[in-house]
Design a protein around this ligand. Sequence first.
Ligand SMILES: *Cc1c(COP(=O)(O)O)cnc(C)c1O
Length: 390
Amino acid sequence: MSDPKDPGWRPETRLVRAGRASGSEHGAVNPAIQRGSTVLLPSVAALYGPGKSYGLEGFGVHETLRAALADLVGAHDTVLAPSGLAACTVALLSATRAGGEVLVTDSVYGPTRRFCDGLLARFGVRTRYYDPGTGGAIAALIGPDTQALFLESPGSLTMELQDVPALAAAAHARGVTTIIDDTWSAGVLFNPLDHGVDVSVQALTKYQAGHADVLMGALVSRDPARIAAITATVKELGLGAGAPEDAYLTLRGLRTMPLRLDRQGASALAVARWLEARPEVAQVLHPALPTHPDHALFARDFQGASGVFSIVLHPASEAQVAAMLDGLRLFGLGFSWGGYESLVITCDPQLKRTARAWRAAGPLLRFSIGLEHPDDLIADLAEGFTRLAG
Ligand SMILES: *Cc1c(COP(=O)(O)O)cnc(C)c1O
């Protein structure tokens, strides 16, 4: 499907070369965008044969994107989904059956939690949330009905890191499928498949597409049987691979993703360091800072940091926080991240912890740092702190 690969190539090189030899037409560097529902088959014998028979499975541009994503992390294959959330729910549905149980980190992305407590529960799969700080001791929580262990590191909003290899090893010893939401690292700063995880999920909406104009998700695995089970789940649900234009835009984003991650990661660290010195800030939750409680795991497992982190303010009223954020000129108020533009949200209404209560000195804010100059972002925040005080 992909270029001849050189195993020594680094991610930047792999992402520039990936899929280049396959989908192109008339010598174009990039693949064609093929729209379609109907696929014409050449004969009656082919109608029920093994080949592609319907547009839901996607066309060449989807295959190119799949090959590029698999190549990046050394996976057997990629399954695409129409959103990152769909990729999370498909991962859980394909690893469980009625009567079973999943162990999910208490720091999980909110909509994944809503799925576990809602649809997954209605179809007879229970969820138990575990403290994200649990490592190999997860073995004590695994019971006879445990079918999957779901990780996210760092966790959404609160940014705890998990001991991924210890969790994966404990799950494997009991035949439990491990799934990770690895959106934060984009598969570049951390490769969960190298740390024993069975299925890694990406919201391609974030850094891969990178321009706040696409919703798409992906699942990668090294195990052909798991890829087959996930593919079957996507097919049974009728989800399909997403629009061909979206696959194209995501592939286009991938070419520059390492550059954007580098810049956004460096800018985020600069902003985080500046915030750490501010008297209004009680705590900066950025895993690359030595003050982060899980920094040792970050230093052990990650190649770098992306542009998303959180802070805890000293106690402040809702009106003060609103005055600070409503007046920002460069930071938008928005729930997504990974695009070229900086964003911030308040988080407290979203925190629904049950395994271990979230305790913090004051309000929690989550930042996504974009491609603006960090000094301009810092100036915007400095004005915000003046409004916070007023
Ligand atoms: C955004 C996000 C998702 C969901 O992605 P969508 O494409 O928006 O559905 C899943 N997990 C994490 C950690 C996210 O930040």
